[in-house]
Write a protein of this length. Structure first.
Length: 453
């Protein structure tokens, strides 16, 4: 059987793969692994449950809460909140664990379930495997007074907003900010916290109806945000995704500022204030080479990880570093959060504009993005990327051609017959030419063999 948990919890088509029955089974298993087995203080385990505004989140949350309470877990229903809010509230309440129901930037028909351990920490693979194994066993079924209770976590959003405001190095008075909430989980709290911080706020994409999440808005569709920033003469725009664990930005001229640029701005600012631990930023191998060059010029080291925020988090924990993230806008401030937080990131970025008096366009010049070309070569044997001598020689030749002005990355997909060819160079034409050349060699050398009778 294939593993149920993916890179970010359990995710799939709601009422297709992800049914109410599966949600209840997961919850009953998590009640044992994250609740009863780890609870040592003699009290009944407690869990925080939150969701994004997808229509399917209503029945999935009901199934999760039924599974937890019927297994002897007290449930705090936080309602619609961002994923990072759920993680924060687990720690703030000192709950045993948390459950977030969301499919992040995926379209509305999808949904997902992810768990947070005590302290709001993401689960390592072995704990996820333990939950899967527990699903095959008989669930705990207490009776009478031992049955868990479900209560509304009435001040959940207020606690999260107060927490965010406490992180600000500078108020946002005088700034005009456009917020695109992707008709998602941040539709209530993000506008509120920016207003409380002093900003003049224009809001788009904040009318969730259960079916319009990420639909033409948010961090995967920046067109409406760019238009709104120009229309309202705003200083910047902030785009969230469906569960608000990401943040992309737009400057006052409508230019996109991606996660790499945001990390560069914030890393340099933290270093200048003496708050960047060990002068290190953690990012994935997909971050633009321009980020590495900018950090080097600023006296900051870059620690690179495999693609995925879980690997960034792992490296940050292992090294005790406090800033990391991904090009997609998933930025982690370990001093304030245990996972990526798009609202927190947007606040910190806006605070730098207010603090320095410099527009975002100028702040973003700390980093020069090198042209980056990505080609997905499909229908090839991804398992032979490392063993192909011809491909190895071609990559070496390309790297020698680029020298210090670019780089090559070949990354096999983890699940599909796809190899991703990424090339960065000093100019677009060079990047495209080398990427196409390598992609053709991948097609030739790694072609899948036809099986015939």
């Amino acid at each position: 059987m294939s593993r149920l948990f993916g890179t970010d919890g359990v995710r799939g088509l709601a009422n297709g793969m992800l049914t109410a029955e599966l949600a209840m089974q997961l919850a009953q298993a998590a009640a044992v692994v994250l609740g009863h087995d780890r609870n040592t203080n003699g009290t009944r385990p407690r869990a925080v449950v939150a969701r994004d505004p997808r229509a399917s989140g209503e029945f999935i949350a009901a199934a999760v809460e039924a599974g937890l309470s019927s297994s002897g877990i007290d449930v705090y229903d936080a309602g619609v909140l961002p994923t990072p809010a759920a993680a924060y509230l687990v720690a703030d309440l000192d709950a045993d664990f948390g459950v977030m129901i969301s499919a992040s930037h995926n379209p509305a028909p999808d949904n997902g379930i992810k768990f947070f351990a005590r302290g709001g920490q993401k689960l390592p693979d072995d704990v996820e495997d333990a939950i899967e194994a527990q699903m095959a066993k008989e669930p705990q079924r207490p009776v009478g007074a031992e049955v868990g209770r479900i209560q509304r976590f009435s001040d959940a959003e207020d606690r999260y907003i107060v927490h965010l405001l406490r992180t600000l190095p500078h108020r946002l008075d005088g700034l005009k900010v456009v917020l695109d909430c992707a008709h998602g989980a941040a539709s209530g709290c993000s506008p509120q916290v920016f207003k409380d911080a002093g900003a003049d706020v224009v809001v788009i994409g904040a009318d969730p109806d259960g079916h319009n999440i990420n639909d033409g808005v948010g961090s995967t569709h920046l067109g409406p945000l760019k238009a709104a920033v120009l229309k309202h003469g705003a200083d910047l725009g902030i785009a969230h995704d469906g569960d608000a664990d990401r943040c992309l930005a737009v400057d006052h001229e409508g230019n996109e500022v991606d996660g790499d640029q945001i990390m560069a701005i914030l890393a340099v600012a933290l270093k200048a204030s003496g708050k960047l631990r060990d002068d290190v930023l953690v990012a994935t191998v997909m971050s633009n080479l321009g980020l590495k060059i900018a950090l080097r010029d600023a006296g900051i080291s870059l620690r690179e990880t495999a693609v995925g925020d879980r690997y960034v988090l792992e490296e940050m924990r292992n090294g005790g570093f406090n800033l990391g993230g991904e090009q997609s806008g998933h930025v982690i401030f370990a001093d304030h959060a245990t996972t990526g937080d798009g609202v927190l990131t947007g606040l910190q970025l806006a605070a730098q504009i207010a603090l320095t008096g410099r527009p975002l366009k100028e702040l973003a010049t700390v980093m020069t993005k090198l042209p980056q070309v990505l080609i997905n070569v499909r229908g090839v044997d991804r398992t032979r990327v490392q063993s192909s001598e011809a491909l190895t020689q071609a990559v070496r030749a390309a790297e020698a051609e680029l020298g210090d002005t670019g780089r090559v990355l070949l990354r096999p997909s983890g699940t599909e017959p796809v190899v991703r060819v990424m090339v960065e160079a000093g100019d677009e034409a060079t990047a495209e030419a080398i990427a196409e050349r390598l992609a053709q060699i991948v097609r030739t050398e790694l072609a899948l063999e036809l099986v015939t009778d």
